[in-house]
Every structure is written in structure tokens, then in C-alpha cells.
Design a binder for this molecule. Structure first.
Ligand code: SAH
Ligand code: TYD
Length: 408
């Protein structure tokens, strides 16, 4: 097979690990569709030149983002608060001009843009998944249903003029044609404008062995090093960087045209941290692979032993991340009876690949299991607080990030 080429700098590189065949991570399905499930091999690699970590094969974008997209951002109250703070920070620090214009890429159901809409600020959301885009429109948020790229950025500029701020959360890492996105940002932003975006951070994934962040929608796993490389190709630079305590550890980057804004000392500090973490070294990823394999063995051992003891185990949170874990570890209904979830469009369906039924979260309350495997570990605080009764009645949480353990 030909060696793959890095999507950012075109250097040939190789995979450092394969998770085997995978279905679409958000592809919750009905039993009649079991026979038509799409699969591809999930492999991840590291580019030795620009340091970008990326999956080698990504299913076509229309298989993932469409009118039945399963993820509605507003399911989490903690994330809603996070995006309110994000919006407030932008309004305070970056919206100086008269009649400013804010664009958000991947605006989903409007979890962040609603704060700009409520404040009467000119705004435009861009999202290709028609159902979530419609949910945003119903809240009065102007939303364009489409894939952001250079062409779309030109169309937006022609119709609305340049943007003062472009925002993006948990979407840049989804887009394989990132050069087109970066070129679009450079076209659409006004001279002093900023792009502020955040995504799960590679450093956290490595440190916490949170390998379930690796799935089809996540084409890339960013570090400061790889982001600096990408934007330098488009005359832009990272002027600030701020770690975020969401989604298991994210990083927020502020990008501006080169030389127009002062660069915060936080950027150099993060570069030093990345050196210490070895994010530019292949050996780091080989060690990560070993840690992932170890995590799989431990999780399967615990689940098998619970089954032998006759304990009832259910999954909590039908996350896209769980698709990597269940399929890579071979966790089927024999080990996890069902997955409880609050999202109506997932309930009554089956999880991708391993086909564990997804049930209304009320089933969890009605009939508490012995153990809940916390697939939504990134929402652990919110969930454990909400489910205090489960723990009080003797229920145990089982997690696998940052290590496999039963929480007493
Ligand atoms: N920003 C939200 C949603 C993240 S999910 C949050 O953080 O909760 C990713 C979203 O990006 C989905 O709604 C998906 O439809 C959208 N998306 C995927 N590719 C895109 C593209 N090229 N341009 C704009 N949005 C995109
Ligand atoms: P999340 O971890 O945010 O994302 P991803 O799909 O990107 O891995 O998904 C949260 C899932 O967990 C979502 O399907 C809803 C569910 N959930 C609950 O069932 N209860 C809760 O209290 C929360 C916060 C989430």
C-alpha cells in the first residue's frame, strides 16, 4: 500500500496504531439497518514534519453530517455554561468595532451563538447538519446550512462583509480540508479580526490515554505545534492559548494575522510544555499505543469478571467516543446490558457496530444496575452529582479515563 501523505504538509508518514474496523461513531441505528452498516479501518498516525496527528482514512463527510445528525450540543447544562462564558469573553475582549459581525463554524443547535443573538449582535452560524441548524433557527439564530470552506467564506464575505470574530468549537478537528478552512478564515476576517477555536487537546489525550477521542469525525488531534504550522501557511499566527476543562481537556487557540496583535507569553510557555510532553516525538505515540492496549485488557477483564459474578452492568451516555471503546474492546450486550442516554434520537436505537440497545435514561432510574460504565466520562461531575441516588443505593461507577477503575 502507498504510504499516506499528511493532510497538512504532504509528508509521507505511517500509522502508529490501528483500532481495527469501525462503524460511523454517531451512527446509532435501527435493527433493520444492521446489514447495511458502513465500516472502515480506524488508523491513526503522526506526521514527523508538522507534528499533526491524524486518522488515515475518514469516511465521506455526508456519511457523518446530515439531516439526522445525532449530536445536539445543548444536552449538557455544563457545556451550556461553558459556552456562555466563552461568548462573554469574546464580547468583552474582541468585539470593539461598531456593529461587529460574528461567524461560528459548526454552530450546531446554537449553544454559543444564542448569546450573541440575545445581545443583538450581527451573527451567522454555519452548520451542514440540517436538523441541528434548524433547531438553532427556531431559537432566532441566523444559520446557514453548509460546510465551511474557502468558497463558502467568500460567499459569506460577499453577502455580509468581513467578520470581526470567527468562532469554532469541537469542529476544526473534524474537517480534513483544513487548508481550505484556514484560507477561508484569512479571507473572511477583517484586518484585526481573530479566529478563536477550541478542540480536544492532544496533550490530554496522551496523558490520560483517552483513546476514545479517536473516531471518524475527528480527523485531527491538535497540538500547539501543529496549529502553528497550519496557520503560518496562511499568514496567521497563534496569539494566545488557554487550556479548557471540558471534553476531557481541550485547548482554546486565538489566531490573528501575523504581526497585528501582541503574542501572549502563554504561547511560548505552552511550547515548552509540549517539548516536555514529547508531542513531536514518535516514541510518545508508541508508548501511547501500549497504554491503550493495556487499558483495553484491564477494561475487558473487569467486565468479564463482573459478568461472572452475575452483576448487572449498563453503559451511561451513548457518546460517539463509546463507539471506539466498544468496538475496539469487543464490548457487546453480553457485557453491557444497555446504554442509558438523554438524547431522544438515540433512544430505541442500537449502538454502532456492537449493537448495544440505547434506552431512555429513565430506565436507568427505574431499575438501577449494579455498575454503570461511564462512557460520558467527560461529563463525570455533572452526571455523578445528578445520579447521587445511584451511588447511595450501592451502585458503582466504572470508568476507563484516565485509568480503568471502579469508583467507590
Ligand atoms: N460547536 C458545537 C458542535 C460540535 S459538533 C459544540 O461544541 O458543541 C460538530 C459540528 O460541526 C456538527 O454540528 C457538524 O454538523 C458541524 N460541521 C462538520 N463539518 C463542518 C464544516 N465543514 N463546516 C461547518 N460545520 C461543520
Ligand atoms: P459527549 O460526551 O458530549 O459527546 P461525544 O458524542 O462527542 O462523545 O456526549 C454526551 C452523550 O451523553 C450524549 O449522547 C448525551 C449523553 N448524556 C446523558 O445521557 N446524560 C447526561 O447527563 C449528559 C451530560 C450526557
Amino acid at each position: 500500500m502507498d504510504m499516506p501523505k499528511c493532510r497538512i504538509c504532504e509528508t509521507t508518514y505511517e500509522a502508529f496504531m490501528s483500532f481495527g474496523n469501525m462503524p460511523i461513531a454517531n451512527g446509532f441505528l435501527k435493527s433493520e439497518d444492521f446489514g447495511n452498516e458502513y465500516v472502515y479501518e480506524l488508523k491513526v498516525g503522526f506526521c514527523p514534519r508538522c507534528a499533526m496527528v491524524q486518522i488515515l482514512e475518514q469516511p465521506e463527510r455526508e456519511r457523518m453530517f446530515h439531516e439526522n445528525y445525532a449530536y445536539f450540543s445543548s444536552i449538557s447544562t455544563r457545556m451550556a455554561a461553558h459556552f456562555q462564558n466563552f461568548a462573554n469573553m469574546i464580547m468583552r475582549q474582541y468585539l470593539g468595532e461598531a456593529n461587529p459581525f460574528v461567524v461560528e463554524i459548526g454552530s450546531n443547535d446554537g449553544i454559543m451563538l444564542r448569546h450573541f443573538a440575545d445581545a443583538g449582535i450581527r451573527h451567522l452560524g454555519v452548520d451542514p447538519s440540517a436538523n441541528v441548524a434548524q433547531a438553532a433557527r427556531e431559537k432566532g439564530i441566523e444559520t446557514l446550512c453548509g460546510f465551511f470552506d474557502e468558497k463558502l467564506a467568500e460567499d459569506i464575505k460577499a453577502e455580509y462583509g468581513r467578520a470581526d470574530v470567527i468562532l469554532a468549537a469541537n469542529v476544526m478537528c473534524h474537517i480534513p480540508y483544513l487548508h481550505s478552512v484556514a484560507a477561508g478564515v484569512a479571507t473572511l476576517l477583517n484586518t484585526k479580526g481573530v479566529l478563536v477555536f477550541e478542540d480536544p487537546y492532544l496533550g490530554d489525550i496522551i496523558e490520560k490515554t483517552s483513546y476514545d477521542q479517536i473516531y471518524d469525525e475527528h480527523a485531527f488531534y491538535f497540538s500547539l505545534a501543529s496549529i502553528e504550522y497550519l496557520f503560518s501557511e496562511h499568514g496567521m499566527e497563534v496569539v494566545d492559548i488557554m487550556p479548557q476543562n471540558v471534553h476531557g481537556g481541550s485547548m482554546r487557540y486565538v489566531i490573528a494575522r501575523k504581526g497585528v496583535r501582541p503574542v501572549s507569553p502563554a504561547v511560548a510557555a505552552q511550547n515548552s510544555k509540549e517539548k516536555a510532553l514529547g508531542l513531536k516525538s514518535r516514541a510518545t505515540f508508541d508508548l501511547f499505543r501500549k497504554n491503550v492496549e493495556h487499558s483495553r485488557t484491564e477494561l475487558v477483564n473487569i467486565l468479564e469478571s463482573l459478568r461472572q459474578q452475575g452483576k448487572r452492568v449498563v453503559g451511561y451516555g451513548a457518546t460517539s467516543k463509546s463507539t471506539t471503546v466498544t468496538n475496539y474492546c469487543g464490548i457487546t450486550q453480553a457485557l453491557v446490558e444497555f446504554i442509558s442516554d438523554t438524547t431522544p434520537t438515540k433512544q430505541g436505537k442500537y449502538s454502532p457496530g456492537v449493537h448495544i440497545p440505547v434506552r431512555d435514561y429513565r430506565k436507568f432510574y427505574e431499575n438501577h444496575p449494579d455498575v454503570a460504565l461511564l462512557f460520558a466520562w467527560n461529563h463525570a461531575e455533572e452526571i455523578m452529582a445528578k445520579e447521587e441516588k445511584f451511588r447511595q443505593s450501592g451502585g458503582k461507577w466504572l470508568t476507563y479515563v484516565p485509568r480503568v477503575e471502579v469508583i467507590d
